[in-house]
Design a protein around this ligand. Structure first.
Ligand SMILES: [Zn+2]
Length: 102
């Protein structure tokens, strides 16, 4: 049986990698800031254009290969940007697997 929460609507976002809709909290937000930097935004509060992705390397790869990530951020993802996202994603995956919450 599922617990009924006070807030009925869980905001759902679609992963740019696997295209599955998931609760916002289960996804990682990647943001293109107004300064045109690409950052991983664990707080979900950074300014800029955002895209959501599962904390999985497979999804990041799919998102980049399909160009859905660059399309949703409206920016070219260079190898440097990709490296930053990869590193951040890895750190988040590691944290989550160690049971820590962000
Ligand atoms: Zn995904």
């Amino acid at each position: 049986m599922r617990k009924i929460r006070k807030i009925k609507k869980t905001p759902q976002r679609t992963c740019v990698g696997c295209r599955e809709a998931k609760p916002k909290k289960a996804l990682i937000r990647i943001v293109r800031t107004p300064e045109k930097n690409i950052i991983v935004d664990p707080t979900g509060k950074a300014n800029g254009r955002g895209a959501y992705i599962c904390p999985k390397k497979e999804c990041l790869e799919a998102a980049v290969k399909s160009k859905r990530l660059s399309r949703s951020l409206e920016v070219e993802i260079g190898p440097g940007d990709l490296k930053i996202i990869e590193d951040e994603l890895e750190a988040i995956i590691e944290k989550e697997s160690s049971g820590e919450h962000i």
